[in-house]
Design a protein around this ligand. Structure first.
Ligand SMILES: Cc1cc2nc3c(=O)[nH]c(=O)nc-3n(C[C@H](O)[C@H](O)[C@H](O)COP(=O)(O)OP(=O)(O)OC[C@H]3O[C@@H](n4cnc5c(N)ncnc54)[C@H](O)[C@@H]3O)c2cc1C
Length: 526
């Protein structure tokens, strides 16, 4: 049977799209997801994240040996379950800095994607438990809440950061991103609010929406440069499904360039090397990969993150370039053994890496793992800033407010002080922050993969809508921005959506009066 739209991947972006597109009963939508359902309670419980980086609901991929990290291979969790990353992530709700989106316009030519352009979509998606103002809204599908009963050590951490000179901030998604505080979380009534529960769930009963789980897409079918459908794996063979209007790729920053290349769309030389017939030579596919790398310090390592913030490694930086995540507990994240006296870990991630990596195919087999090469620290500036971030983390942990809680520093450990030793430690212990983007970047340059309305260049009937279209990684966790990746006004908007996306009265008033709600020095001016 043919559908108007086939969406490949029911993750953070795909579930939003499935909901928005199927709002119009006159069009039929098929959502295809390789992973299974999210019915296990672990997906619903916020602390279920503890199981998620160890392989549950994940593709089981790793990076290729990292040339600038002493050849280390890093475990690389990517979601394989309905809801995608939003079903397995740590639920931190951060949008980044206004200047991130403005840079998409000024540095990548993405007109129409400035902060002013995307803000209404963030607000519209949100059901904020506490905040209603120029930056936040309520009544949207996505639950956003503050942590329930943070532990005393979280408050001690906030005091310690202030002793170290970092101001308190109650809303990283508001007027100012700088500072330390409790994160907002994608939770509602103490349960995870994934895009599967927030967007797909309410749309599941629509007659015009079909959802197929446990169905990997093997290839996009192309006729005369037009995407006409997909081939999916089913028990005992392959099934072909037809799209009358468009195939929309929402398979994530690794999955989308992987599937394009499996379908013969990508750099001709890389396709030839993998033994794939070239359908459309598009050099930018799988290039421009960016990710955040985490370094850890603390008495022990852990996760369950609800406290942290944003500060500067490079004081000349346009906005905060380091993000902290305070982890509670131990042995929770992949690659870290449980310790006897669980304490805290302070992760620090450098937010605006200059290193660029790739996603390539090992061969033409759709079942083969891709070659993921974030190329971490290939630019020495990233290494310098990461190490400064680690120093900042140590500085916070050594403040008086945390003394009653910190018995000793186990990682890197007190003895490790020289830059050389710290680098050795970083090589051994760094990990991905799970924020890959940019591998099908939109833009107007020759390496752009999509146009500004997310159509694949040189093809008809094919779009990419997910984290891979972001030209630069935002200075934050990437779920919120992935979910609004479908904001493009010229994309599929029904009259109803156009109406809903008009500025609110408050926004209109602020625009007319040219007044910003931001404090002086604000980073999120409207
Ligand atoms: C462990 C982890 C922790 C994270 N923590 C946070 C956090 O706390 N806060 C935050 O903001 N961000 C976090 N992130 C990042 C954030 O979740 C991602 O940026 C976001 O989910 C990306 O959305 P996406 O739609 O691009 O891709 P995804 O959500 O990954 O969706 C892609 C979907 O496509 C499916 N797919 C792929 N290939 C195929 C195929 N061939 N056929 C069919 N289906 C396919 C996948 O199974 C997946 O469900 C985290 C990510 C991870 C992995």
């Amino acid at each position: 049977m043919a559908h108007d739209y086939i969406i490949i991947g029911g993750g953070s972006a795909g579930c939003v799209l499935a909901n928005r597109l199927s709002e119009d009963p006159s069009i039929s939508v098929l959502l295809i997801e390789a992973g299974g359902p999210d019915t296990n309670m672990l997906f619903r419980m916020p602390a279920g994240f503890a199981k998620m980086t160890k392989g549950i609901a994940s593709w089981g991929w790793s990076t290729v040996p990292q040339k600038h990290l002493n050849g280390r291979v890093i475990w690389y969790t990517q979601a394989k379950v309905v809801g995608g990353g939003s079903s397995i992530n740590a639920q931190l709700y951060t949008r980044g800095n206004a200047k991130d989106y403005d840079a998409w316009v000024t540095e990548a030519g993405c007109e129409g994607w400035s902060y002013r352009d995307v803000l209404p979509y963030f607000k519209r998606s949100e059901d904020n438990q506490r905040l209603v103002n120029a930056y936040h809204g309520y009544g949207g599908p996505l639950g956003v809440s503050y942590p329930v009963n943070p532990l005393p050590i979280s408050f001690a951490f906030l005091r310690a950061a202030q002793e170290a000179g970092i101001p308190f901030n109650d809303d990283f998604n508001g007027a100012v991103q700088d500072g330390i505080g409790h994160y907002q979380l994608t939770t509602r009534n103490a349960e995870r609010s994934s895009t599967a529960s927030a967007y797909l769930g309410p749309a599941r009963s629509r007659q015009n929406l079909t959802v197929r789980l446990n169905t990997p897409t093997l290839k996009i079918r192309v006729e005369n440069r037009r995407a006409v459908g997909v081939e999916v794996g089913i028990s005992g063979g392959i099934e072909t499904l037809r799209a009358e209007r468009e195939v929309i790729l929402s398979s994530g920053a690794i999955g989308s360039p992987r599937l394009l290349q499996l379908s013969g769309i990508g750099p001709a030389d890389a396709l030839a090397a993998a033994g794939v017939r070239v359908v459309h030579d598009l050099p930018g596919v799988g290039a421009n990969m960016q990710d955040h790398l985490n370094l850890k310090t603390g008495p022990v390592t852990s996760t369950l993150f609800e406290t942290g913030g944003f500060w500067y490694a490079d004081r000349e930086a346009r906005s905060p370039d380091i993000q902290f995540h305070l982890g509670l507990g131990s042995g929770i994240e992949a690659g870290v053994a449980a310790m006897r006296n669980p304490g805290v870990t302070l992760n620090s991630a450098f937010l605006r890496p200059r290193s660029r990596g790739t996603v390539r195919l090992a061969n033409a087999d759709p079942a083969a793992a891709p070659l993921i090469d974030p190329n971490y620290w290939s630019d020495t500036y990233d290494r310098e800033c990461s190490l400064k971030g680690l120093q900042l983390a140590r500085d916070i942990l050594s403040q008086p407010a945390l003394r009653p809680f910190v018995l000793a520093e186990r990682l890197p450990s007190d003895g490790i002080r020289s830059e050389e030793d710290l680098m050795e430690y970083a090589y051994r212990s760094c990990k991905t922050d799970h924020h890959p983007v940019g591998t099908c970047a939109m833009g107007s340059g020759e390496n752009a993969v999509t146009t500004l309305d997310l159509k694949v260049r040189g093809m008809d009937g094919l779009r990419v809508v997910d984290a891979s279209v972001m030209p630069f990684v935002p200075s934050c966790n990437t779920n919120a921005s992935s979910s609004v990746a479908n904001r493009c006004r010229r994309l599929f908007l029904t009259a109803k959506e156009l109406l809903a996306s008009r500025p609110t009265k408050e926004e209109e008033w602020m625009r007319l009066s040219s007044r910003s709600p931001a404090r002086s020095g604000a980073s999120h001016e409207l």
